[in-house]
Design a protein around this ligand. Structure first.
Ligand SMILES: NC(=O)c1ccc[n+]([C@@H]2O[C@H](COP(=O)([O-])OP(=O)(O)OC[C@H]3O[C@@H](n4cnc5c(N)ncnc54)[C@H](OP(=O)(O)O)[C@@H]3O)[C@@H](O)[C@H]2O)c1
Length: 239
């Protein structure tokens, strides 16, 4: 098993939900983490929780859909951490609405955040991994990126795009010892799914929890470097 202690990770959308669970799981492995998001109060609280596990933790406030902000913030993060080994492209938004009724702005923002945001962050982190000839990038897609469904056209389109981008990049940089992993989880109990009305609070008995997702990422990281989790679909045992 590879040793993860003192590795350096960037997790977008790390203040809450799946990103936060991943950050805490990384800290338990001794990985130093930078979490990003738009809500400074939440990021500060999460950084304090991560630090209490004995690792270095920092946060950075920026919108992943704003390339100028991404470019300067990623540089500052990597300078502060002293490098980067792992990127978790997790920040994302979802909206439910019919094709006709969803405002153009909301459709556009979904693509801007989920697709362009992931592209911008990866574009700024990748040169550091290429230089070292080693790294891991986890791209969070969704089951919505595998099948379309009514009233989720923007979200589904964004996650189909994420899968295409992620697989293309994987084939481009595998030879550089950079593992690009595409994740397609189904419903996990977070603010996102509670707000959309597809999960309810306190349903840990039968709904996937953020810690389950985090465990999958850590397991992927622990594979020997010759092995790569190309993609993974996390499903619940309760259909
Ligand atoms: N929960 C599920 O069932 C599920 C299933 C499949 C895939 N996913 C995917 O998993 C990822 C995380 O989802 P979640 O369930 O943890 O959702 P969540 O609880 O709503 O968290 C979303 C995270 O993304 C950040 N974020 C959103 N827009 C951003 C922007 N423009 N710039 C920077 N950060 C932004 C948020 O931070 P701020 O609020 O601080 O900006 C927050 O940390 C998403 O990509 C989602 O599509 C979730």
């Amino acid at each position: 098993m590879s040793n993860l202690k003192n590795k350096k990770a960037i997790i977008t959308g790390g203040g809450r939900g799946l990103g936060k669970a991943t950050a805490l799981a990384f800290a338990k492995e001794g990985i130093n983490v930078a979490i990003t998001g738009r809500n400074e109060t939440v990021l500060k609280e999460t950084v304090a929780e991560i630090k209490s596990l004995g690792v270095t933790a920092i946060y950075s406030v920026f919108d992943v859909g704003d390339y100028k902000a991404v470019k300067s913030s990623i540089k500052t993060i990597i300078d502060t951490l002293g490098g980067v080994d792992i990127l978790v492209n997790n920040a994302g938004i979802a909206a439910i609405g019919s094709f006709v009724e969803m405002p153009v702005e909301q459709w556009t923002q979904t693509i801007q955040t989920n697709v362009m945001g992931m592209y911008y962050v990866t574009k700024e982190v990748l040169p550091y991994l290429l230089e070292k000839n080693e790294g891991d990038i986890f791209n969070v897609a969704s089951t919505a990126g595998l099948n379309g469904n009514p009233n989720v056209s923007a979200y589904s389109a964004s996650k189909f795009a994420v899968i295409g981008m992620s697989e293309s990049l994987m084939k481009e940089v595998r030879k550089n010892n950079i593992r690009v992993i595409t994740l397609t989880p189904s419903t996990i109990e977070t603010d996102m799914t509670i707000e959309l009305g597809i999960a309810s609070e306190g349903s840990e008995e039968n709904v996937l929890q953020p810690e389950d997702f985090a465990e999958l990422i850590v397991a992927g990281l622990k594979l020997p470097r010759r092995a790569m989790l190309k993609s993974a679909a996390l499903w619940s045992t309760n259909p």
